[in-house]
Design a protein around this ligand. Structure first.
Ligand code: GRG
Length: 295
């Protein structure tokens, strides 16, 4: 993705720098393991899609990189915590993530659980202490992140996923899981951009819808890559859904129809981006990269 995203190199570099600064190694501290474990997962090579979406959306409204960096990184903190917890033996029990052994394989289950908890709680501290934003903007960001990552969003989707493990499910249930587990946080990224950019209400509504469509398309491609992708490029094992007999967009819709549906969602999102009150060409480019990706 780094190469494919050459256009966004400056933003990606700034995201890495900010993440690195937000959680410093504290080898002398009694809780040193917490910082080391958090950094192990956070600084591993992820695509940084959610922070990038927030930055590019806010940028469409004329906001420079600086005010968006901390909120954007708060999204990555939440995303990384969800990956750590999802990989634990009590969830997916995965061994490989972002091209490295999963956190619990290196640090053990307890420290991995706590490192996830640390990233989750720290994300809200980062938002509350964000430089350059008004108190009203910070409250809106905190509210959006809590809603999109909690019971009405990501955790809500995850619990439905867990409850249906090993069961045959129909598309409406999978659709609920995907839109909540995955699309909710991607939607939050666009909503962050709208809040930071002081977007008009009509744009805010459109951006939430765009987030839902792009988020669902992203998850369908994730399912598609689990069947067709290259493990080395993906940095994780493929065919994991099939091995775990997990229903996915591909098992329910088929390889071709799944991909076609993702393309349709992208088209619809691109049309909505064209309806925004401002030109948002970079957001269109990023939306396409999110669907036309090899990892
Ligand atoms: C809180 C336990 C818990 C889970 C929440 C988000 C989630 C549910 C679980 C993470 C695992 C997973 C497969 C989620 C679906 C979303 C998804 C495709 C995540 C991977 O995101 P990428 O591709 O990852 O952006 P990188 O590593 O590039 O950041």
């Amino acid at each position: 993705m780094k190469c494919e995203q050459a256009q966004f190199q400056q933003q990606l570099l700034s995201i890495e720098e900010t993440l690195n600064k937000l959680i410093k190694a504290k080898p002398e501290a009694l809780q040193a393991i917490l910082f080391a474990a958090a950094r192990y997962s956070l600084l591993a090579p992820g695509k940084r899609l959610r922070p990038l979406l927030a930055i590019i959306t806010a940028g469409s409204y004329g906001v420079s990189l600086e005010p968006t960096l901390h909120p954007a990184c708060a999204l990555e903190l939440i995303h990384t915590y969800s990956l750590i917890h999802d990989d634990l033996p009590c969830m997916d029990n995965d061994e490989l993530r972002r091209g490295r052994p999963t956190l619990h394989k290196i640090y053990g289950d307890g420290p991995a659980l706590l490192a996830g908890d640390f990233l989750l709680t720290f994300a809200f501290q980062v938002l509350a202490e964000c430089p350059e934003l008004s108190s009203d903007q910070k409250i809106q960001l905190i509210s959006v992140l809590a809603k999109r990552s909690g019971a009405e969003g990501m955790i809500g989707g995850q619990v439905v996923d867990l409850a249906h493990e090993g069961q045959q499910i129909e598309w409406p249930t999978l659709h609920f899981m995907h839109t909540h587990k995955t699309a909710a946080l991607i939607t939050a990224a666009l909503e962050f951009g709208a809040i930071i950019g002081n977007a008009p209400a009509t744009d805010k509504t459109l951006l939430s819808r765009i987030g839902q469509e792009l988020g669902l398309a992203f998850q369908i491609i994730d399912d598609w890559l689990d069947v067709t992708g290259n493990p080395a490029a993906l940095g994780k094992n493929t065919l994991s859904d099939l091995k775990k007999q997990k229903p996915t967009a591909i098992t329910l819709l088929g390889l071709n129809e799944g991909k076609e549906y993702a393309d349709h969602l992208l088209d619809s999102a691109l049309k909505k981006i064209s309806q925004l009150s401002i030109p948002a060409d970079e957001l269109k480019v990023l939306a396409q990269k999110l669907v036309y990706r090899s990892y």
